[in-house]
Design a protein around this ligand. Structure first.
Ligand SMILES: [Zn+2]
Length: 189
């Protein structure tokens, strides 16, 4: 019990200190919290899916939405956090551990949901290495007038998604290896 209380107190103190200080410190605090949220999905999603956490903070510094990706066929972290924030997402800052996806997959593009909600700023820890995203999410957000930044606590976010990232690097390497073989065959023919 004592430990739980202590943890709650330190979390609140940290949040208050960060909010009272520079915005850069608050950004790091918020992204750290988003990364911890992302880690909660560990063991729930398949190895090829990313762990994603999302935190929505409104203008006065209040956390109004939180979400993490918890199962392959469920909503994305951004969608869950936006739902929780409701109209408070307007003019908010969204901290997300992975670039929001911009294509139609099992779920509608998160970029669309963020634009629709009227968020002011999106801070992503890293670009999504999935070739279907790969910077397009950030591009779309910017095209819609949202301030979009990438790279805050990137190393921690990458460490969390090592196997997710590796599948794309592997695919790229296989392509590079496959190409000369393919050429060999065409030359033989
Ligand atoms: Zn998404």
């Amino acid at each position: 019990m004592r430990n739980t209380n202590y943890e709650n107190t330190s979390e609140k103190t940290l949040q208050r200190l960060a909010a009272d200080s520079s915005s850069a410190l608050f950004d790091s605090y918020a992204m750290g919290r988003a990364i911890r949220l992302a880690a909660r999905g560990s063991g729930q999603v398949s190895e090829n899916s990313p762990l994603v956490g999302c935190l929505i903070v409104c203008e006065n510094g209040d956390i109004v939405g939180e979400g993490f990706y918890g199962a392959d066929d469920l909503k994305h972290a951004e969608a869950i956090a936006l739902e929780m924030a409701g109209s408070k997402a307007q003019n908010s800052t969204v901290y997300v551990t992975l670039e929001p996806h911009a294509h139609f997959s099992r779920t509608k593009p998160c970029t669309d949901a963020l634009v629709k909600a009227g968020v002011r700023r999106v801070v992503a820890a890293m670009i999504d290495p999935n070739p279907l995203v790969d910077g397009k999410g950030i591009e779309i957000l910017r095209m819609n007038g949202i301030l979009a930044e990438v790279g805050l606590l990137e190393q921690s976010a990458r460490a969390l998604n090592r196997s997710y990232i590796e599948q794309f690097t592997r695919a790229e390497q296989n392509e590079k290896i496959a190409l000369p073989k393919f050429l060999e065959i065409s030359l033989a023919n």
